[in-house]
Design a binder for this molecule. Sequence first.
Ligand SMILES: NC(=O)c1ccc[n+]([C@@H]2O[C@H](COP(=O)([O-])OP(=O)(O)OC[C@H]3O[C@@H](n4cnc5c(N)ncnc54)[C@H](OP(=O)(O)O)[C@@H]3O)[C@@H](O)[C@H]2O)c1
Length: 257
Amino acid sequence: MAESVPFPVTWITGASTGIGRALALRLAAEGCTVAASARSVAELDSLAQEASPLPGRIVAVPLDVTDPADIEQAYARITGELGVPDLCVLNAGTYIPVNAKRLKAADFETQFNLNVMGTVRVLEAVIPGMVSRKSGRIAVVGSVSGYRGLRTASAYGATKAALINMCEALRMELGDHGIAVQIVNPGFIKTPLTDKNTFPMPFLMPVDKAVEQFYRGLLTSRFEITFPKRFTWMLKTLRLLPYAIYLPLMNRTTKAD
Ligand SMILES: NC(=O)c1ccc[n+]([C@@H]2O[C@H](COP(=O)([O-])OP(=O)(O)OC[C@H]3O[C@@H](n4cnc5c(N)ncnc54)[C@H](OP(=O)(O)O)[C@@H]3O)[C@@H](O)[C@H]2O)c1
């Protein structure tokens, strides 16, 4: 039984709701032990409870990824109680729309501190253990909005572009040490995050369907995991267009405020 468990010890950030929560349950269904992290203690406790009939288990490890001391304590607890993670999913993040006319530096700071630095702080904690064991898998949740500039996403898209670029570099360097780095770029997935959006979300995907594709991608050696495929391939095509075509095209097809 133990041999067939894909990632015996997994650490997921942003596991209290949405994609992270559904992925924690999916992995526990495979027999994995999942350290589930986020700020909401009550949500994490209910998640651990929800996993109790499953073959694996979910252990609530509350933390705030903007607080380095929280991460240090959480990592010490995970390695002490469960062992060095075989898989680390860096998923905690948020989207704050930016209206360019009323641009606020604080909105950029908040999103960079959470989406980028929150990821980097956890990386600093997990990489040394994986390097000394010469094995491990790190999956960073980016977004297709990191491919190119999109309206209202000047801050969010920039954080996700930073994560995509960072993972390309880490993939090469950490690959030399037996660690697989993957970037996960979802399109629109139905979660508490997108429930707040008032604009049309093409190809909006239910979270369980999205997480099934996420999970299957983790079992491969591919660098990038994307879903839903039809939407992400459309955006990949747009990524290839020169500015002279991309900018007027997007200007016409996305709504001005
Ligand atoms: N849904 C989509 O369409 C979509 C598309 C592309 C990419 N993504 C990315 O997918 C990831 C998950 O998003 P989601 O849609 O599942 O949204 P969500 O339901 O809002 O989940 C966000 C998670 O991050 C946690 N979090 C927020 N701030 C945190 C902090 N300071 N420290 C620790 N955890 C924190 C939240 O928990 P607490 O509030 O309890 O801390 C929650 O568990 C994000 O990185 C998002 O950018 C989502």
